[in-house]
Design a protein around this ligand. Structure first.
Ligand code: SAM
Length: 219
């Protein structure tokens, strides 16, 4: 009986979250403003605890998130894996673009940010895990057409980046794509020496700080 009463606000929150994310993503409501402020606070706290692991003090802007989401193929039933989802700005853009929640797996290392992601997207698979062990969370038998990464590759140790790249390479389908943004506006992506080839780069100057979006495939 108690369970039943407790589940009502939960259901209302799930419904509101789904409507704001998928049906009406551009709505600016009190709920949205509150969400953005509280998300930024959690990101700050996580940045203070692990600066090199988090690598950003602001969530990705909706411009950057939408530009990243626009690169992901819609005409496939294969999985999309998002790594380092943080506060969920890119996750929201992927869902708003029309990616079915059942096609999306979100991996985030921080337990605090995972908690936030699960509250924000209760209908999604959110895994608290390390991208260096990606195959533990997404089975090698699953077809993965795209990996979307917000990982701060420039501030993570080289050995960690190498381990993560190897896992992404193993998981991705032969013709799959990897999207990675970086605040390094010029120069090669570290992924280009780790089994990937960059075939497209674009810049989003409205983000703070401006960011480059690299789209890569297996070399
Ligand atoms: C630049 S922030 C993500 C920003 C995100 N786009 C947003 O708008 O909030 C990078 C994220 O990668 C996560 N991360 C760092 N290393 C990771 C790892 N090895 N596995 C999974 N997530 C990791 C951090 O916890 C952080 O949330």
């Amino acid at each position: 009986m108690q369970e039943k009463f407790r589940s009502k606000p939960e259901m209302a929150r799930n419904l509101l979250s789904y409507v704001l994310t998928v049906v009406w993503p551009n709505a600016i409501t009190w709920f949205d403003v509150h969400l953005r402020l509280s998300s930024t606070l959690v990101l700050w706290r996580e940045f203070l605890r692990h600066p090199s692991r988090v690598g950003a003090v602001l969530p990705s802007s909706s411009w950057l998130a939408q530009a990243i989401a626009a690169t992901v193929p819609l005409d496939s039933q294969a999985l999309i894996v998002e790594i380092g989802a943080g506060t969920g700005a890119v996750t929201q853009a992927l869902l708003a673009r029309g990616i079915a929640p059942s096609r999306l797996i979100v991996v985030e290392r921080s337990s605090k940010l995972c908690k936030l992601l699960r509250r924000r997207f209760p209908y999604l698979t959110v895994v608290q895990g390390d991208a260096a062990e990606l195959i533990r969370w997404v089975g090698p038998q699953d077809a993965v057409c795209a990996i979307v990464s917000s990982l701060p590759l420039r501030s993570l140790p080289d050995a960690v980046v190498t381990a993560i790249a190897a896992q992404m390479h193993e998981l991705l389908d032969t013709d799959g794509m990897l999207v990675q943004f970086t605040y390094g506006w010029v120069g090669a992506s570290p992924l280009q020496t780790l089994g990937f080839e960059r075939y497209k780069a674009s810049w989003e100057w409205r983000n703070i700080p401006p960011a480059r979006i690299d789209v890569l495939c297996k070399a």
